[in-house]
Ligand binder design. Structure first.
Ligand SMILES: [Fe+2]
Length: 206
């Protein structure tokens, strides 16, 4: 646990921190968005109410992880990048293999990532959903949560450059399938060993 979390809890012993449960999105592209989240992160419809213009979906045991709604008269934000908003939503995989195999499956379905990064703490692959929301698929770059948190909170590298190094998921997958360990891949990635041939636009993840 971090020092900040420790201090917060000792100051308020009745604080019971909840987990994030679901995200609600208002969209002008309801059907396209439901399809996209089904394809990319395996969301399945758990409820489509008769009198509510939207769909609830989940990709695990929760009754819903997302609500995707299309309200009448909703207007498109054509300049999202310049407006205050939720900047990105991240989905976590339990290991690098599942992240990279998912990247390959998603690519084979016709959806390309916009950037991929070894942040030092996590390995992250970024997409734009049909509404141009930034969606991150990620796994820890460390074997344990404790190591990842320690690196994230205490390393000089994270303070100086939390973006880390761009990576090419195809090169990571090749190394993974060749038997390289998470530790070996992470170390090489942070030494720019798996950079893409063409670096992404730095605004791609914004
Ligand atoms: Fe993130």
């Amino acid at each position: 646990m971090t020092q900040v979390a420790d201090e917060t809890r000792s100051a308020n012993s009745s604080l019971h921190p909840p987990r994030i449960h679901h995200v609600g999105i208002l969209t002008t592209r309801h059907d396209e968005m439901v399809d996209w989240y089904r394809t990319v992160v395996g969301m399945e419809v758990t409820l489509k109410p008769d009198k509510l213009p939207g769909t609830f979906v989940s990709n695990d045991v929760a009754h819903h992880r997302m609500g995707i709604f299309q309200a009448p008269g909703l207007q498109e934000d054509t300049d999202k990048v310049a407006h205050a908003r939720i900047q990105h939503i991240a989905f976590e995989y339990p290991n690098l293999g599942e992240l990279l195999e998912s990247w390959e499956r998603i690519r084979n379905s016709g959806i390309e990532h916009v950037a991929a990064v070894d942040h030092g703490s996590s390995i992250s692959i970024y997409y734009k959903d049909p509404d141009s929301n930034t969606i991150e698929l990620e796994c820890d770059a460390w074997a344990t949560k404790e190591e990842a948190l320690q690196y994230f909170s205490e390393s000089e590298q994270m303070k100086e450059n939390p973006m880390g190094r761009y990576v090419d998921p195809a090169k990571l997958l090749e190394a993974w399938r060749g038997g390289a360990s998470l530790e070996e891949i992470h170390e090489a990635a942070m030494a720019a060993g798996y950079e893409p041939d063409v670096l992404p636009d730095p605004m791609a993840t914004i």
